[in-house]
Structure formats: structure tokens, C-alpha cells
Design a protein around this ligand. Sequence first.
Ligand SMILES: Cc1cc2nc3c(=O)[nH]c(=O)nc-3n(C[C@H](O)[C@H](O)[C@H](O)COP(=O)(O)OP(=O)(O)OC[C@H]3O[C@@H](n4cnc5c(N)ncnc54)[C@H](O)[C@@H]3O)c2cc1C
Length: 367
Amino acid sequence: MEHNEKKFDVVIIGGGPSGCTAAFNLKKSGLNVLILDKAEFPRHKPCAGGITMKTLKHLPVNIDHLVEHTAKKMIFDFGGSKRVGLSHNIGSCVMVIRDEFDNHFFNETLKIGVKFRKINQIKNIQSLSTITIEVDNDQIECKYLIGADGANSVVRKLTSNLKYKNPVFAYEGKVPKNKTNIQTEFIFNKYGYAWIFPKKDHYNVGIGRLVPSPDNKKLSKKELFDFVSKRFNNENVDNITAYPIGTEGQEYQAVNNIFLVGDAAGFAESLLGEGIYNAVLSGKYAAKSIISSLYNKKSTAVENYNSFLSDLKNELQIYQKGSKILYGFPRISYWMMRLGLGKKFMNGYSEGKTLTEIMGKSNIFAN
Ligand SMILES: Cc1cc2nc3c(=O)[nH]c(=O)nc-3n(C[C@H](O)[C@H](O)[C@H](O)COP(=O)(O)OP(=O)(O)OC[C@H]3O[C@@H](n4cnc5c(N)ncnc54)[C@H](O)[C@@H]3O)c2cc1C
């Protein structure tokens, strides 16, 4: 394929964790890769910045220097005095400042030769023998397109029928530490959760709605203030931002050499809203699907990716079942967590296991 500024092997729209993972793996295999993003990096992404141990196994860059805290102790709060405390000497996840993580990952990806263009608007995407992307006042051609543009994905809207019927929404902000020493906490209610994630000099606090409320009432900033004032006895929360989380991608199938990954495809899980793991995993498998189709003509890149998606669907369904139990039956969940399930989760997460593995099956995404 001709390598000039308008033609690429792969164009990736979105330079977050899913886009950078795909770009990194594709470039390492010698392909000519362009990332388009509407933001310049560093940029802000609303996120609590919890990265699980299983994610680190698939991340192509080292982030040790960005870790501000490790969740070796966790509290799961089901209301009233129903609190379950868990601990593990490795910890279930590392806490980073999300903007720093993305900026580092993006820069490491450009360092190996991935190209980047800041854009304003994707106007149209046409898929014939090659894919043509109409962007701003220009046209870019590629053989494969990866839509990694997050929960409000334009690539998804322009190229697929996938719609989010009950978009999950979450608010996050910062509370100064002021000599307090709170461990990682999840606080559950009927429709979702609140969290406290410790960083070096502050806590990232947030609320998210993972189950639609019967009246479809939207989550508001006031609920975050209410949570903070109850938990910290003040309303000292700032830098508040909010964003949807894509969780409805179970039925998604790739077509026409266009691959949605991460939140654009709805791959965040619906139990605790963890999205970075599946963003990284799907970015990696989109890249693998393309690369292996070039060396082994027996199956196309789309067939390879759709085979990965059927495995991912099983994993997402386990989370969905878990979510129904957790938010639908909090009392039962509390007792299950207290009587052994909590320890099993804490150990499994700390050992970098997927939920399928924690449930005793083998990990299909090991490589
Ligand atoms: C408040 C909150 C807290 C969260 N906390 C956690 C957590 O602690 N741990 C966790 O695992 N997950 C968390 N998540 C989920 C997680 O943030 C997402 O699942 C993850 O960011 C998805 O990564 P991505 O690469 O698919 O998309 P994104 O990270 O959203 O990246 C998309 C990229 O595409 C770009 N883009 C968007 N639209 C366009 C366009 N039209 N044209 C060009 N570029 C575009 C954006 O600028 C961005 O760079 C949280 C989500 C929220 C909202």
C-alpha cells in the first residue's frame, strides 16, 4: 500500500486507551498507522483512574511511574452498617491520574512511529474496496478503520446500527485528602454506586448509574455533592466532570473492515463500570485480527475480530448477571460478599484474573 499523507494501512479514530493499544500493536507489526483525535494531548477524560491488574498484563507500555496508590485494602458498602472489608498484599488495581495515563500512552505510541492528526469533525465514512474518511475539508483513505472514539462514538453512529438505549452516566471530582486516610471504597445503592479512589494528594470521588431508574431520572451533580457532604462532612469537591460509559455492546459485530473498540463498541462492564480493561483488550484484538489476516489468508480480519467478540460477549454477560444480583438484591449480595465471594474477588482481581477465571474457568484472553 502506498505510504503518503492521505493513505494509510489503518486509521484509528480516537487516541484513548483502546485506540493507542490498537495503534501500538499495529505499528509494531510494521503497518502504517494514523490516529485522528479531536483533542490535543494532554486532554481531560472524566475517569476515576482505577486500572486493574489484568489490564496491566495487556498494556504495551509501562506505567509504574504514574501509580499514585495501590488498592490493597477495599471496602464494599451496602448501606447502614453493612460494610465488607477486603485486603490483599498485591492489590486489586493501581490508581493513576487518568489524564497523565492517557498522555503518557499516547506519547509512547507516537514515539514508535504512529502518526497523529488533530481534527475537528468526521463528516462521512464510505466503505468500498478501500475506506474513505471525510474529515474537515480533506479525505483520508485506509484499508482498515478502527473506531476508538469513546462512548459518544461518531464512527459507531456513521457505520453501525449499534445504539445505546440506557446510556450509563457517571460524575467524578476531586476531594482534598487533608490528612484523612480512606481506603478504596465502593458504596452501592439501588441504581448504581459511588466510589472513593485514593490518589497522592486527593481522592477521586464519583457516582454512576449502572441500572436505569424506573422514572428514567437523570443523574445530577447534586447527587455527587450529597454523597461527598455525607461521607466527608463538607462539600469540598472540585474539578467535577461527567461522561457516559459505553456498556451495551454485547450484540455488536464488525463489518466492512471497520472495527469498533472500547467504549465506542459498548465494551465497559456493567457491574462496576470498568472500561479500560476491555478498551485495551479490544484494541489489542482488533490489531491482532488485522495482522493475522495479512499472514494467514484462511480468515479475514472481520472474521477474526467477530470470533473474539463472541468470547467477549460471554464475559460481558457474566458481568451483566452479576450487576442484576448486586443492584437488584443488595442484602443477598452483602451476605455473599461477606461469606467468601468478596475474598474470592479480591484475590482474583489482585492476581490479575478475569471474571471468567475467578469463576473457575480458563482465561480465553491470555495472550
Ligand atoms: C466518571 C467515569 C469514571 C470512570 N472510571 C473508570 C475507572 O476507574 N476504571 C476503568 O477501567 N474505567 C473507568 N471508566 C470507564 C473508562 O473511562 C472508559 O471505559 C475508557 O475511557 C474507554 O476507553 P476508550 O479508549 O474506548 O475511549 P476514551 O477513553 O473515551 O477515548 C476516546 C478518544 O476519542 C476522542 N474522540 C471522541 N470523539 C471524537 C471524534 N468525533 N473525532 C475524533 N476523536 C474523538 C476523544 O478525544 C478521546 O481521546 C470511567 C468512566 C467515567 C465516565
